[in-house]
Design a binder for this molecule. Structure first.
Ligand code: NAP
Length: 277
């Protein structure tokens, strides 16, 4: 039976590579994006390689858009085997600089949209008696650091959500897999917003500048997004996928350090690594 996958945020980066990789593995893949005008390249690649891939519109923040996309898939294929919750973005700013509205916007896409997708697709998978939900978290879902506070909080929330629903959905044959990439070379950092107040407020100017330049330097040497797609494919091939998969040497290094050091030792280590303090 042809398996069906849906990926959110397929216009670029990890979502783009994951959609193509799933289609290359034989999944009929719905590569979804909020702006289908960005679909030219993925469509051309799929056409050249005769891949089973279709682009449909889906803005994860928009309830109706999500419902329309899922209705289309169910009408056309009557099943969903894999959901990759990938769409996301980030905002620079300290907890004081990011307004409540900006925190909400950040959580809307990075957290509530994931809940929305799961609430609509889990019943389909439960009925089938099988399915894989892949949530793209981050090393930032395991390790806090300054000036990306809203983003990090949203990824920590994804970790809590994913760990909890593993118990709820596991008995129905639905796997929940957390992917934790380190720094990946995509449009992500160029697309990052900056908190409105951070521009006017001098209090955190120095640490903000240090962290942004430190992270951007790491991004120059980031892991290619194809490696994230490869890990996702590998996880889906496991008889019993693990709860979480790390991607990138940087992520492995930070998590190993976190395991080996005390909390205070780790904070000092991270300050040095991130902004040389
Ligand atoms: N890059 C990294 O270092 C890194 C590390 C760990 C985790 N991640 C996570 O990986 C995921 C993908 O990021 P990326 O690195 O591939 O960055 P990216 O190239 O900027 O891709 C982000 C994707 O999310 C989409 N998106 C944003 N808001 C959306 C919405 N409301 N509805 C639908 N799509 C939306 C973007 O669409 P548009 O083109 O329309 O903006 C784009 O397709 C994110 O969840 C991110 O947090 C990234």
């Amino acid at each position: 039976m042809e398996k069906v996958a849906i990926v959110t945020g397929s216009s670029s980066g990890i979502g783009y590579e994951t959609s193509l990789s799933l289609a290359r593995e034989g999944y009929f893949t719905y590569a979804t994006m909020r702006d289908v005008e960005k679909a030219d390249i993925i469509k051309k690649v799929a056409e050249n390689e005769s891949l089973p891939l279709k682009v449909i519109e889906l803005d994860v923040d928009d309830e109706k858009s999500v419902e329309d996309a899922i209705r289309t898939i169910m009408e056309e294929k009557q099943r969903i085997d894999v959901l990759v919750n990938n769409a996301g973005w980030g905002i620079w700013g300290t907890a004081e600089d990011v307004s409540i509205e900006e925190f909400r916007e950040q959580f809307e896409t990075n957290f509530f949209s994931v809940v929305r997708m799961i609430q609509k697709i889990a019943p389909v998978m439960r009925k089938q008696g099988n399915g894989d939900i892949v949530n793209i978290s981050s090393i930032a879902g395991r390790i806090g650091f300054p000036v990306s506070t809203a983003y990090i909080s949203s990824k920590f929330a994804i970790e809590g959500l994913s760990e909890s629903i593993r118990y709820e959905l596991g008995p129905f044959g639905v796997n929940v897999i957390i992917i934790e990439p380190g720094v990946i070379k995509t449009n992500f950092f160029d697309s990052m917003k900056i908190a409105k107040k951070a521009d006017e407020n001098d209090t955190y100017k120095e640490i903000t500048e240090k962290v942004i330049s430190g992270v951007k330097m790491m991004a120059e040497m980031g892991t290619p997004p194809k490696e994230v797609a490869d890990v996702i494919i590998k996880s889906l091939k496991e008889q019993q996928p693990l709860p979480r998969y790390i991607v990138g040497n940087d992520a492995a290094m930070f998590l190993e350090a976190k395991k080996m050091k005390t909390d205070i030792e780790f904070e000092n280590y991270l300050k040095k690594e991130l902004y040389g303090e």
